[in-house]
Ligand binder design. Sequence first.
Ligand SMILES: [Zn+2]
Length: 335
Amino acid sequence: MIDEDRQSAILNRPKAELHTHIEGAAPPAFIQGLAKEKNIDISRIFREDGSYDYRDFVHFLSVYEAATSVLTGPAEFARLTTAILTEAAENGVVYMETFISPDFCGGSDVAAWKEYLHAIQDAADAAQRDMGITLCGIATPIRHFGPDKAKLAARCAAETAGEFIVGLGMGGDENQGRQGDFAYSFDMAREAGLHLTTHAGEWRGPQEVRDAVEDLGVTRIGHGVRVIEDLAVVDMLIEREITLEICPGSNVFLGVYDKLEQHPIEKLRERGVKVTVSTDDPPFFRTTMRKEYADLMRVFDWDAEIFDQIDRNTMDAAFCGADTKARIRKLLEAS
Ligand SMILES: [Zn+2]
């Protein structure tokens, strides 16, 4: 174990993360406050201590949808953006990519989606100015809403591809349908110049990850950790330089692995997979980037050199434009 000074230097490093969900990063107190303002009763989704309350992944998705029900318009998403970026900046995050679903932002209507994005981007610009944190958005079809809804979401993404919306990334229940069912949407996004990622290999095994790469042509995978169950697929990821957006705290909290000690992030890294570290839905999983770093140091003895490698993997795979990449790389390297 490295000494205390080095440990705190690592915890205080500027950090970048690629895998968060805008609503999932919502501090519970913020959601509760909004619900009160709007007289919406969602008290059932909170524990007495004010944290989110759910039993398992499917229940988590329904709590998640209840929490998002108070986010009724662009103004609420702007306030949400400020709340999550404040929290992330306090944990040293200087660059964050977040999944934003057109389904939850205007029902996948392009004009409405643009209004939401405008509000979110204004809040993100202010956060960059005031707190030095940069946000980019990944438009997110929800897998369990099906391929037809995904097409509408992808169309929203394609219409707004640019500096802020930099990618398309599917979320939702991995056990519904197949990756290939969504190929049309991913093709549309690719043609619009967007980068591609999808959740895979969290609840289903390595075949799902292979499908994501072969059927959708993604360059990153959300989670992807269960790829460790088939080394041939692991080696395919290495060969094609696919980056995994790994969220160790999320995987342990939701029971993909009982303990961080059993998590394959270190084995994947050692074998040569490009791994990165993110928080996913931090308040839902009682985590922060600082906590992720502390846990990785404690369990896997990760030192500054390994975190340097994580930074390089992260910025190589980041979906933002070249200018932003260069600027963030400098911030990370200064640490
Ligand atoms: Zn996720």
